[in-house]
Design a protein around this ligand. Structure first.
Ligand code: NAD
Length: 298
């Protein structure tokens, strides 16, 4: 099996990289936060002390970083990945970032003859652990072909959305929808509770009715309804509120560019901006449920 360098081992990167260990790849890992790499040492992966160290001998490099500025700083510049790898290395960025940054990195990679794809994911931490993520890839046909053989060990569905940046654009549309759905799900559950309904019974009813959606089905935001959801674990992430706010902001930037109407997305972004400003940035995004509770209890 070939060697993979994995950079960024947070809530998503860690379980994704673990699936590559399980698939018998030789893994080299790096994260700025050393506490994230400890479990990999126990599994026999090489814990690197820098990006330069991590990529030694790697045929594939995967990054899973918070936002566009982190991706630009890791890939570009004198000490960036594009200057460190040879042109046989495949570079895969699975972070959710602005399509423009993805295109800039892809352009710079292409000038050096290096295959780079944007490959953001959907499915959350549970999907990352189970190896059932959806990968949404932007890049050349060749880049997509090469990436597929690795991504299939971490995901169930691998889509080719289009050329460089298209993966990010599709992911941004998806997450705008998710932000709207999660806000709406919190709102509906709160309305039911305040009118005497049991949230578990109401959830079961809506799951068999036209209000059914991903948040309700796999990620119920009301504590105690679903044991495995972050809501039943003090809203530990999961997917942090500040990252949802970032993604809704990316949606609004894209809408401004294309002059598209996105009133629901704008409302969801503002709800998440308020929730974030109230000190909930590091909590799971389903903690939006508490926002509704607090409003109604005033
Ligand atoms: P996270 O904050 O838990 O993890 C990011 C990791 O990157 C951290 O461990 C951080 O130390 C590391 N990092 C930052 N800069 C670095 C650098 N220069 N070098 C090495 N490591 C660096 O975030 P996450 O929840 O894992 O999300 C990662 C990306 O995936 C984000 O873009 C997010 O929007 C997206 N995403 C998250 C989820 C989810 O459910 N959490 C789902 C789909 C997509």
């Amino acid at each position: 099996m070939s060697t993979i360098a994995f950079i960024g081992l947070g809530n998503m990167g860690s379980p994704m990289a673990m699936n590559l260990v399980t698939a018998d790849y030789s893994l080299r890992v790096f994260d700025l936060d050393p506490s994230t790499t400890q479990p990999f040492e126990q599994k026999g992966a090489k814990v690197a002390d820098s990006i330069e160290d991590a990529i030694k001998g790697a045929q594939v490099v995967i990054t899973m970083l918070p936002a566009g500025q982190h991706v630009r700083s890791v890939y570009l510049g004198d000490t960036g990945l594009l200057n460190l790898v040879n042109n046989e290395t495949l570079l895969i960025d699975s972070s959710t970032i602005d399509p423009e940054s993805a295109k800039v990195v892809a352009d710079e990679a292409s000038k050096k003859g290096i295959d780079f794809v944007d490959a953001p994911v959907s499915g959350g931490v549970a999907g990352a652990k189970a190896g059932t993520l959806t990968f949404i890839v932007g890049g050349t046909d060749m880049g997509f072909e090469r990436a597929q053989s690795v991504l299939k060990h971490m995901g169930k569905n691998v889509f080719h959305a289009g050329q460089a940046g298209a993966g990010q654009m599709a992911k941004i549309c998806n997450n705008m929808m998710l932000g709207i759905l999660m806000s709406g799900t919190c709102e509906a559950l709160n309305l039911g509770i305040e009118n005497g309904l049991d949230p578990k019974v109401l959830s079961d009813i809506m799951l068999q009715s036209s209000g059914r959606n991903w948040a309700l089905e796999l990620y119920n935001p009301c504590p105690g309804v679903m044991d495995t959801a972050p809501a039943s674990n003090q809203y530990q992430p999961g997917f942090m509120t500040k990252l949802m706010l970032k993604d809704l902001g990316l949606g609004m930037d894209a809408a401004a560019q294309s002059q598209s109407a996105t009133p629901m997305g704008a409302l969801a972004r503002n709800l998440y901006a308020l929730h974030n400003a109230n000190g909930n940035g590091e909590l799971d995004f389903s903690s939006m449920f508490e926002f509704y509770q607090r409003q109604s209890n005033r």
